[in-house]
Design a protein around this ligand. Structure first.
Ligand SMILES: [Zn+2]
Length: 296
């Protein structure tokens, strides 16, 4: 595999994968279960989901470690097993992908609120990210992806932890924005411009947004990032906003719709395009087709 950042800088558009959580719930994971424990208790399920994305054309597959910090695992009594769980997740992804795709170590929010808004000290959150990211890198992750962040300070702690462990591993960082009458902001009030500056300063190589929005709003968010920075961008859109139908959460944006709007991302350009909640291998297959026809 050629160097990931080299390819990005040369202008290649890389297709990532889609939702992991949505697929786990489809397969029977219940609300209240720990999704990351599946890496230990049902590795075959995670491997099968990863394979389905590879077959759809993903060039990056993410580990099932979104909630893999000790802080996030603590409510399940699993806080001592962060390293073990993260290591297992990388091995599963590698077993599925071999060297035909990059393994991205997923690193989501700690679930704690930093001072001064909450009561958690930055050192505690940093240490938790550090433990997780160290396990991901030791086990062979090619990329670290800090994602679904709403607090810029927390995102920066995760990026700095990754940078401290490895000065060379590519780090992608994505925040989640809401549409407001005054533009897009995270729940914690972070604007796209603030995010662009802060994520870069902390040491990320590729920045952008995932989750929280369907593809139309994601195109607007991506344009905002493009105006704010010349850094390579990542966008992983939800398949629309979740709706509850018959007690079940459903996402309604079709693969065709996502792929059609992905053209607007490629124009900017956005370098890494994938899906978040509600997206399936079918969404990725459609994106793959669109990216390939664009490049041709
Ligand atoms: Zn999501």
């Amino acid at each position: 595999m050629r160097d990931f950042l080299y390819r990005i800088r040369a202008g290649e558009i890389i297709v990532a994968d889609g939702a992991m959580g949505t697929m786990c719930f489809e397969a029977g994971l219940r609300v209240g279960d720990c999704p990351e424990l599946l890496n230990i208790e049902n590795p075959q399920l995670i491997e099968d989901i990863t394979r389905s994305y590879l077959e759809a054309g993903s060039q990056i597959v993410q580990t099932n470690t979104f909630g893999g910090t000790a802080l996030k695992l603590a409510p399940y009594g699993l806080q001592k097993r962060s390293a073990e769980i993260n290591e297992a997740a990388v091995k599963i992804a590698r077993r599925a992908a071999g060297d035909r795709a990059y393994i991205s170590g997923s690193c989501g929010p700690s679930g704690k609120i930093l001072q001064p808004y909450g009561d958690t000290e930055p050192e505690i959150i940093y240490a938790s990210f550090r433990e997780q990211i160290n396990a991901l890198i030791e086990a062979g992750a090619d990329i670290i992806t800090v994602e679904t962040m709403v607090d810029l300070e927390e995102a920066k702690l995760a990026i700095k932890a990754a940078r401290q462990i490895s000065s060379t591993i590519p780090v992608m960082a994505a925040m989640t924005f809401d549409s407001t009458p005054n533009g897009f902001f995270t729940i914690m009030g972070i604007s796209i411009e603030d995010a662009a500056v802060g994520l870069k300063e902390a040491g990320a190589d590729i920045i952008g947004s995932n989750c929280g929005n369907g593809i139309r709003d994601m195109v607007m968010i991506a344009s905002g990032f493009r105006q704010a920075t010349d850094m390579p961008l990542i966008i992983q859109s939800n398949a629309g906003l979740p709706k509850v139908e018959n007690g079940k959460t459903v996402y309604t944006e079709t693969p065709e719709m996502m792929a059609e709007h992905a053209k607007d991302l490629m124009v900017l350009p956005v370098s890494v395009i994938g899906g978040c909640c509600g997206t399936t291998p079918e969404h990725i297959r459609a994106l793959r087709k669109m990216v390939d026809s664009w490049a041709a």
